[in-house]
Design a protein around this ligand. Structure first.
Ligand code: DX5
Ligand code: ZN
Length: 219
């Protein structure tokens, strides 16, 4: 069964010149996790932050760091992100051929392992690995940028994966990322999601608006 909805603000939409303050502000505003988007300009057409920044941000909150790695290759960087303070490390099967090995490596580092599926990747990509993961992240935009439009077809994928998780009977988080806002969050949760990433929808309006923005996403 789904767990109560967790909100994971994506700091991609925060003020990068004041990231520590921004993380403290969303923590106080009620964020459950902090979503950190790591991009390499190769697997996705954008470059963001690396382990040194994650490490610098770690003292600013006690909330779990939900680290979304959009990089290829990924295995050689897992240890650095684990040491920097990631709690969940999420990887893409589209980024490399050895997903099972990558999941094992994340768990060997003592971290929660997540698998993220691009919009065109079928739920079937979870075959043979679902029981090994702590989190599934459904991308509802093509990864690379904040502020894109939610892709409706992903609702069917969320429903399908919810069914598989419930059948397995394990407390695997089902998180959705991309274009989530106050107008569609209810439908995403009704489809079976129990964690929502929100960049634009969290950070719009500046710090005074964060608490209300996050509250509204809980539906
Ligand atoms: C996209 C990232 C998302 C993005 C979400 O590649 O993985 O986490 O920051 O931003 P919004 O909520 O603005 O779509
Ligand atoms: Zn993300």
């Amino acid at each position: 069964m789904p767990q109560p909805v967790r909100i994971s603000p994506s700091i991609l939409s925060a003020d990068f010149a004041r990231l520590g303050e921004e993380i403290r502000a969303v923590d106080e505003a009620g964020a459950d996790w902090i979503h950190v988007d790591v991009m390499d300009g190769h697997f996705v057409p954008n470059i963001t932050i690396g382990p040194a920044v994650v490490k610098a941000l770690r003292p600013h909150t006690a909330k779990p760091f939900d680290v979304h790695l959009m990089i290829s290759p990924v295995d050689s960087y897992l240890e650095a992100f684990a040491e920097a303070g990631a709690d969940t490390i999420t990887v893409h099967p589209e980024a490399g051929p050895h997903l099972h090995r990558t999941i094992q490596a994340i768990r060997a580092l003592g971290k929660r392992a997540g698998v993220s599926l691009n919009p065109a990747t079928p739920a079937k990509a979870l075959d043979y690995v679902l029981e090994e993961v702590d989190l599934v992240l459904v991308m509802s935009v093509n990864p690379g940028f904040g502020g894109q439009k939610f892709i409706e077809s992903q609702l069917r994928k969320i429903e399908a994966i919810r069914g598989r998780i419930d059948k397995l009977g394990k407390p695997i988080d089902l998180e959705v990322d991309g274009g989530i806002d106050q107008s569609n969050c209810r439908r995403v949760v009704d489809a079976g999601a129990d964690a929502l990433v929100a960049g634009t929808a969290t950070f719009k309006g500046g710090p005074a608006a964060y608490a209300e923005n996050i509250r509204a996403l809980r539906g």
